[in-house]
Design a protein around this ligand. Structure first.
Ligand code: GRF
Length: 206
């Protein structure tokens, strides 16, 4: 069984969705650690409730991004996870970490990539006036929300939507597709060729 670690910066509802799927047996893996850059993140409470060990690396207490990333890389290596899930982790991961965990690190982004990368994706979608929005689970590469796409889900943008109502509608889909992608990765059912991700069928039962 694979071991996963989750990186989260805030509320942790996507982290919770992954934990729930592990409990329900739809993700066949164990969660070995939560790593957070924010001492006040509610994700920490969720981890404690689930008995998951937490590493807090308070970004604000580091003299530089380089120093923070060195400790983050060490924490990721030390926790013994096979797979890393960025679930509302609000920082760009540096090249050394991307290289160390290539093909083993995924992120959830609340937009239909390649549109609306970076922060405030839902606000960007509202301001642009798109009629369809959504979320994307993708591998992490050295670009901004630019790695090969594993799963996307879309939702309508309705008249009268604001950033919050749209974010809520997208979040429902995030909680569905992130555990799905984690499960596929844990079951070795994801094949990557360049930018293209192929989902392999489940193995035939004996
Ligand atoms: C989600 O919308 C995620 O896609 C984005 O930040 C939000 C985090 O929500 N990157 P939560 O912490 O998982 O509740």
């Amino acid at each position: 069984m694979k071991r996963i670690a989750v990186l989260a910066s805030g509320r942790g509802s996507n982290f919770q969705a992954v934990l729930d799927a592990i409990c329900a047996g739809t993700i066949r893996a164990g969660c070995v650690r939560l790593i957070t850059d924010k001492p006040g993140a509610y994700a920490i409470t969720r981890a404690e409730q689930a008995g998951i060990p937490v590493t807090v690396l308070d970004y604000a207490s580091y003299p530089s991004k380089q120093a923070y990333e060195a400790d983050l890389l060490a924490a990721m290596q030390d926790c013994g996870a096979d797979i890393f899930v960025l679930a509302g982790y609000m920082r760009i991961v540096g090249d050394a970490i991307v290289e160390a965990f290539a093909g083993r690190m995924i992120n959830i982004h609340p937009a239909l990539l390649p549109s609306f990368t970076g922060l405030h994706a839902q606000r960007q979608a509202i301001e642009y006036g798109v009629k369809v929005a959504g979320c994307t689970v993708h591998f992490v590469d050295t670009g901004l929300d630019s790695g090969p796409i594993i799963i996307q889900a879309c939702v309508p943008v309705l008249d009268g939507d604001d950033e919050d109502t749209l974010a809520g509608r997208i979040l429902v889909e995030e909680h569905r597709v992130l555990p799905r992608a984690v499960s596929l990765l844990c079951d070795d059912r994801i094949q990557v060729e360049g930018r293209h991700v192929r989902i392999l069928p489940p193995p035939k039962a004996l």
